[in-house]
Design a binder for this molecule. Sequence first.
Ligand code: HEC
Ligand code: HEC
Ligand code: HEC
Ligand code: HEC
Ligand code: HEC
Ligand code: HEC
Ligand code: HEC
Length: 393
Amino acid sequence: MTACLRNKKSNDPRDPVFAGSASCVKCHKDIYDSYLTTAHFQTSRPASIHSVHGSFLQNSNIFHFSKDKWIRMENHNGNLYQVAYVNGKKTEAEKFDITIGGVKAETYLYWKGKQLFEMPISYFKALHGWTNSPGYDSGRMNFNRPILRRCLECHSSYIKEIPQPGINMAHKTVELDSTSLIYGIDCERCHGPAANHVNFHTQFPDEKKAKYITTYSSLTRSQKLDACAVCHSGNKGAFQISAFVFKQGDTLAKFREPDFSPQNPNPATMDVHGNQNGLLASSKCFLMSNMDCSTCHNPHEKESLNLAVYSQKCMQCHNEANHNFCKMPTQSGAILKNNCIDCHMPAKPSNVIRVESVDGKMAIPYMVRTHRIAVYPEESKKIMSFIKSQKDF
Ligand code: HEC
Ligand code: HEC
Ligand code: HEC
Ligand code: HEC
Ligand code: HEC
Ligand code: HEC
Ligand code: HEC
């Protein structure tokens, strides 16, 4: 049965068992359209004037490394470049090929032959401007940070690594096949290969029960969590096999070194960036309920940035009727109810991402919501005095 369903072979670079996102739109149009607005879909895309948000206008297109060394962002008929100058003389120019990110920051990659490198200058939204890229020393101007497959394991759906027998890993460069790159995190990156699903439902349009696809509700809690944790449990851990192989229904134990297990969290050393899984797992809410990521997030929708909506999710479990509502003594119940988040999941600066102002003199914190849900007396005090100051005004 399965074999005859594979009559329509896809050209998906992963394997013909994948159908490609474009084939989902026919039957899942609402999900597809809303998914196009998500950070997951947009996390990698071809660089163009539409996906690069920093300015190419004179006076706002230069990042100085020192008085006589700078990089200028240049737009030549829609082709975008980072151009290095020493004492006013051009020393290197590379073309923006790939944009990564877009919510808080964007970084850019360029191809040199079959190798991928990060560009020295990134864009940081909070600054509305250019900054030195993470992984680069702001004192030195160069273009030499290699980008390995690992980056794209979290920021794309696939790229093929070209095997190079006998390569010296000390050089830390690998060859990648640019034509195999599938931008963004696509439907099948989360749901697993779906060509048989597409073929079956195309042949049997009256069948309303999903076939040949993993049913999310049938997964165990740890399978559900790991389907997100494959990319949301920190980016330091070495994978024994490529994370591209991970499918919904797998567990990370198969992929990771044992000490990476979220059963053993040490929240004190966990960075807020990228480790939502570990931090959440150390929260009382998580330990004493059955919550998972989709308790609060819908992966097909753009994050609303509306803290009142998230607070509603908290109140599904915490409310007066359950006698486990907030113990914070306050006169303003409305304020409490609209924003559980700033007091119990405050935004904290990441220690692994360093951003500097254009002149390289000021460090700008890169703030990420902590997923360790807890009582934070300091943050709560700040919020309370802010509320009070608003009232006095
Ligand atoms: C020819 C129609 C058709 C196409 C094309 C199609 N699906 Fe489906 N899909 C269905 C039907 C019918 C169901 C069952 C009803 C429902 O949940 O919408 C379903 C359900 C699903 C479910 C829910 C499974 C569950 O029960 O939890 C997922 C996930 C899914 N499809 C993913 C995909 C992906 C990914 C693609 C593209 C690669 C795709 N579908 C393409 C018809 C289709
Ligand atoms: C293949 C890797 C991958 C998987 C799997 C994945 N994510 Fe993500 N997620 C990312 C990356 C990368 C970003 C950052 C995207 C960006 O801003 O460029 C992100 C961003 C997010 C954001 C922030 C969105 C925003 O608008 O700021 C949320 C929330 C999120 N993911 C939740 C989830 C949940 C829930 C799951 C599981 C159902 C999941 N992710 C699975 C890689 C992944
Ligand atoms: C970041 C991971 C992620 C991506 C990307 C993603 N999904 Fe889902 N999808 C999920 C999760 C998790 C659920 C289960 C949500 C739940 O039941 O709480 C789900 C549920 C579904 C369902 C069944 C429930 C429903 O909402 O109708 C369908 C159908 C579906 N997805 C199709 C798609 C299609 C089509 C795409 C691409 C356009 C896509 N998904 C992209 C993670 C993802
Ligand atoms: C293990 C998965 C993982 C790896 C590996 C990874 N990232 Fe990320 N990255 C994330 C997640 C998750 C986020 C967003 C949420 C957060 O900040 O916690 C993110 C955020 C970002 C952002 C900010 C996106 C935005 O929209 O604001 C950039 C830029 C970025 N990563 C670039 C890179 C680069 C370049 C590499 C490789 C050197 C890399 N990442 C490696 C998971 C990963
Ligand atoms: C799925 C149910 C559930 C959801 C959703 C939930 N919690 Fe909890 N939470 C619990 C349980 C259970 C406990 C432990 C017992 C108790 O205190 O009632 C807890 C404990 C807490 C604690 C005490 C933590 C400590 O370390 O002492 C705080 C604070 C808290 N939750 C805030 C929140 C906030 C804020 C949200 C929304 C962002 C939230 N919770 C969402 C179930 C939940
Ligand atoms: C109890 C609710 C809750 C649960 C459960 C939850 N989150 Fe979140 N998440 C939030 C809130 C609230 C924000 C902040 C949204 C904002 O600031 O607009 C957030 C933000 C994020 C972000 C963006 C971080 C940033 O600051 O840029 C990512 C990524 C994310 N969540 C991933 C996950 C993953 C993965 C899981 C499961 C391991 C998860 N979340 C579970 C409530 C939750
Ligand atoms: C202005 C900051 C602030 C806001 C807003 C706030 N909380 Fe709290 N919350 C606190 C503080 C501080 C405590 C500890 C109070 C004490 O123990 O004296 C607390 C205690 C709690 C506890 C009990 C923890 C325990 O030790 O048992 C829960 C549960 C909780 N909050 C949930 C919520 C939820 C849900 C919301 C949103 C509806 C919310 N909080 C809004 C600051 C806040």
